[in-house]
Design a protein around this ligand. Sequence first.
Ligand SMILES: Nc1ncnc2c1ncn2[C@@H]1O[C@H](COP(=O)(O)OP(=O)(O)OP(=O)(O)O)[C@@H](O)[C@H]1O
Length: 259
Amino acid sequence: MSRIEVRGLRYAYRGAEVLHGVDGRVDAGEVVALIGPNGSGKSTLLRCLAGILRPRRGEIRIAGEPLRGQRQARIARHLAYVPQGSEAAEPLTVLESVLLGLGRASWRYGPADLARAERVLARLGLGELAQRPLPELSGGQRQKAALARALVREAPFLLLDEPTNHLDMRHERDLIEILTRCAREQGQGVLVVLHDINVAVQLADRILLLRDGQVRADGPPRQVVTATGIRDAYGVAVRLVERGGTPFVAGYELARPGG
Ligand SMILES: Nc1ncnc2c1ncn2[C@@H]1O[C@H](COP(=O)(O)OP(=O)(O)OP(=O)(O)O)[C@@H](O)[C@H]1O
């Protein structure tokens, strides 16, 4: 089966280790949410998987092949990576930016390329914005444009770092639906960094909880999202409610001044 597999991954920035032996996997056709407190190593893990950072130890395999030593162009055939803050506004139209996502060596695009880009834009509800320059878009629209640029590649795996950052509730819901379809209909494996646990439980087949550079939990949402698990990882006492077997965070306890 096509999957991304990680074993014993260690990564250090200038000698300071921030990933301390991470194990995990993402299978084709599943959505895995990567959650964890600020600074726990989520983005670092994604950058290692995307081949941008070279881990000091451990192994990453994509579809059985070790990632180490592979050229970026070859890695890009396996996966599309959308970094945090990648909605930065380049002087391109939305359509040009999406075409760029196809990774062609030149700016020559055929009718099939255009049709593919337009299909993705329509899927994301960006059709009307195709000719608009990126700098003129809102933060949320730019975020969706960055996603369109990744989706157009139709790579087997998608790595998305906080793609819901600027999205309002409707666009957040749309994103959940789009990524679910990527997994169910296109068979893509999706690894998505999220801060909102309620988005994670609605979207993910599995949740990987990282804390201090180590995997603290890996399993279906109902197994990972427990009051104890969240308190241990985030140091916050949460109230959970259950709907249809899925746990949702209903709020957290606040320290009351003088209370
Ligand atoms: N370029 C860098 N140089 C040095 N240290 C870094 C660098 N990038 C990240 N770090 C450190 O590595 C650790 C993990 O950071 P990382 O960005 O992977 O965490 P994260 O879980 O994605 O955080 P957040 O939720 O805040 O985005 C942090 O302690 C961070 O300060």
